[in-house]
Design a protein around this ligand. Structure first.
Ligand code: ZN
Length: 279
């Protein structure tokens, strides 16, 4: 574990955490005001603000862009759909390059509508990333495969464990790594081993934190603030750092009924306090 005296030097805020109350410009300003040095924006917010304006605002505050959310969604079963997905992903790579983002986060995509063939969906994800990789490599943008909790396998991501993501990376070669998100992976009995494996390959590109609430009342929009749930954050962060990851801890909290309803300053202050106390 790194020395806690380093303060917020390795803290980043995913803009989804403040999506309920602030637009991207307000979020950039709020993060900078609080002395948080990292940000990870979402593409719809970038488009709303304008890519050039957002890049300029982020640069003017000297913020590190710890990731761009998100590309992926490769599991369309017809050729036209796949071509559209690839086009959109190439644009996402270009946006990540314009921002100087440390990675483009990829969410794989779930089953195609009407399909029951999850093996076919997983094969398409591999094909999709392979097709995107040459452009990503040319632009110098690492692709971060983010495994999602299996409850999203049908509709968002059929890559559900870090082992699956590591196996994919082994097949795909340079330019692709993983995003380790505690919300999606905390339950996995193989997590320590797969984090070590990812670290040995120097492929941990991002580390996302929040907490798992009991009970969870919404599959997507009820993530907890660090310390309010059951995830052993400090242990997992220890594994990630022992594996050689020296990047940021990125707070990513989708919380429609709680944190999105509070003043942005309060959310940020709580993130900082919990980061020091429980992460
Ligand atoms: Zn995440």
């Amino acid at each position: 574990m790194r020395d806690l005296s380093e303060g917020t030097r390795f803290l980043s805020l995913n803009t989804a955490t403040l999506r309920g109350q602030w637009d991207l410009r307000q979020t950039i300003d709020g993060i900078a005001r609080a002395g948080i040095p990292g940000i990870s924006p979402w593409r719809d917010q970038l488009q709303a603000m304008g890519l050039a304006a957002a890049a300029q605002a982020i640069r003017s505050h000297g913020l590190a862009v710890t990731g761009l959310c998100r590309g992926g969604m490769f599991t369309s079963f017809d050729r036209a759909g796949l071509a559209r997905a690839l086009d959109d992903n190439r644009r996402a790579v270009d946006e990540a390059a314009a921002l100087g983002a440390r990675c483009l986060v990829l969410v794989a995509g779930g089953l195609a509508p009407g399909s029951r063939d999850i093996a076919a969906a997983r094969a398409l994800v591999g094909d999709g990333i392979a097709a995107l990789l040459p452009h990503a490599r040319a632009c110098g943008v690492p692709l971060a495969i983010e495994p999602l909790h299996p409850m999203y396998a049908a509709d968002r991501a059929c890559i559900n464990t870090l082992k699956q993501a590591n196996d994919l990376c082994d097949r795909l070669g340079d330019g692709v790594g993983v995003a380790v998100d505690v919300y999606h992976l905390w339950w996995d009995p193989d997590l320590a081993r797969e984090i070590a494996r990812a670290g040995a390959a120097r492929r941990i590109l991002a580390f996302h934190i929040c907490d798992w609430l009991v009970p969870t009342t919404d599959l997507l929009l009820d993530r907890g603030m660090m310390g309010d749930g059951v995830i052993d954050l400090r242990r997992i962060r220890g594994w990630v750092e022992a594996a050689g990851y020296d990047g940021f801890c990125e707070v990513e909290i989708f919380s429609k009924e709680n944190w999105w309803k509070r003043p942005g300053e309060e959310v940020i202050a709580t993130c900082i306090e919990r980061y020091h106390r429980v992460c």
